[in-house]
Ligand binder design. Structure first.
Ligand code: AMP
Ligand code: MN
Ligand code: MN
Ligand code: MN
Length: 292
C-alpha cells in the first residue's frame, strides 16, 4: 500500500470518529455553527456533518470554520417528514446546499413551523399556559425554525416543568395538549430532494419512533425502495443491545450504517459531539460512499 492509498483507507475506516448528525442554533441547538465545529474538532471528530432541522442556514458558517481548522465536513440537514401519520426524521448528508429543489422543499416545511407554533401556543393556552408563542420565539434565531425544543426551554424557564423531558412527557409528545404535527411533507419527497441534491439519505434514530418492530421494518423497506441509503445504527444514548438490532436491520436491508450524536447543547440529554460508540462489526459505514 503506498502512502496515498494508506491515507484513503484510514479515512474510510469503520473506527473513524465520524459524527454525522448534530444541531446548531440555526435550528434548535444552542451553539453557533462555528462553535459546533470547534467543539467537534476538540472532541476528536474527524468527519462532521451539521444537520439542522429543515434548514441549511448554518452550513456556510460551519463549512468555513471546518476549513479553517482542517476538519472534513459534509453539508447536511435533518428533514421532518410524515409517514403513516408519524413524524419521522430523514438526515441528508453530502448535499449541495444550493440545490434549488432541496431548498424549496425545506422552505415548505420551515414556513409551516410558524403557524404550527401559533397552534401549539393556542392549545397550551387552553391548558392554562399563556404567552408560549412569544416565549418560545425568543429562543429561536429565525421564526421559521421554531421547534418544540424552544417551547420546552420556555416552559422550563417559567417553572412549569423541572426539565425538558418532563415538558415533552406532559405537554409536547403526540397526544399531549401542546402537540401539533408538522405540515405534511412526505418521506418520498425528502428522499427525492436529498438524492437530487447529490446527497445520501439516512433514516435518523430508528429506535426513537413509537412504532412496533414490524412497522419499523416496513418503514425501512419503503425508505430503501424510495432511494434511502443508510440507517443511523449508532445514535446518541442508545443501549448496546439496540445498536445490535439496528446493525441487523441495516444488513437485512442492505443499507449502509451511519453514526451521529444528535448533539443539541452542552450538558443536554443527547450525546456530546463525537462521544459515542464506534459502529459495530458487520456493517458498512456510510462514509465509504464519499471521497474526502
Ligand atoms: P419539532 O421538530 O418541533 O417537532 O421538535 C423536535 C425536537 O424536539 C427534536 O429534534 C428534539 O430536539 C426535541 N425533543 C423531542 N423529544 C424530546 C424529549 N423527550 N426530550 C428533549 N427533547 C426532545
Ligand atoms: Mn432537535
Ligand atoms: Mn431527529
Ligand atoms: Mn437531530
Amino acid at each position: 500500500m503506498n502512502e496515498l492509498t494508506a491515507t484513503f483507507a484510514g479515512k474510510q475506516e469503520k473506527a473513524m470518529n465520524a459524527d454525522l448528525h448534530c444541531h446548531s442554533n440555526a435550528s434548535d441547538g444552542q451553539l453557533s455553527p462555528a462553535e459546533v465545529v470547534v467543539r467537534a474538532h476538540a472532541n476528536g471528530v474527524s468527519l462532521l456533518s451539521l444537520t439542522d432541522h429543515d434548514t441549511l442556514g448554518g452550513i456556510e458558517e460551519a463549512r468555513r470554520a471546518a476549513a479553517s481548522i482542517g476538519l472534513d465536513f459534509l453539508a447536511g440537514v435533518e428533514i421532518s417528514v410524515t409517514w403513516k401519520n408519524q413524524g419521522i426524521h430523514i438526515v441528508g448528508i453530502g448535499v449541495d446546499d444550493n440545490h434549488h429543489g432541496l431548498r424549496e422543499g425545506l422552505d415548505i416545511v420551515a414556513s409551516g413551523r410558524i403557524e404550527r407554533g401559533r397552534q401549539m401556543a393556542a392549545s397550551l393556552a387552553e391548558a392554562g399556559i399563556s404567552g408560549a408563542f412569544e416565549g418560545a420565539l425568543a429562543y429561536a434565531k429565525d421564526p421559521r425554525t421554531l421547534s418544540r425544543s424552544h417551547f420546552a426551554r420556555y416552559l422550563v424557564d417559567i417553572g412549569v416543568c423541572k426539565d425538558q423531558s418532563s415538558v415533552f412527557e406532559s405537554y409536547l409528545n403526540p397526544g399531549k395538549p401542546g402537540y401539533v404535527p408538522h405540515r405534511e411533507f412526505l418521506l418520498e419527497q425528502a428522499i427525492e430532494q436529498i438524492n437530487a441534491a447529490g446527497g445520501v439519505a439516512i433514516l435518523a434514530h430508528p429506535g426513537r419512533y413509537r412504532i412496533k418492530a414490524t412497522e419499523l421494518r416496513q418503514l425501512v423497506q419503503e425508505f430503501r425502495e424510495l432511494g434511502g441509503k443508510a440507517l443511523e445504527v449508532v445514535s446518541g444514548s442508545q443501549t448496546p443491545d439496540y445498536t445490535g438490532q439496528m446493525a441487523r436491520l441495516a444488513r437485512d436491508f442492505d443499507l449502509k450504517a451511519s453514526r451521529g450524536s444528535d448533539f443539541h447543547a452542552i450538558g443536554s440529554s443527547y450525546a456530546d459531539l463525537g462521544r459515542l460508540p464506534p459502529l459495530p462489526d458487520g456493517v458498512v459505514p456510510v462514509w465509504s460512499l464519499f471521497d474526502f
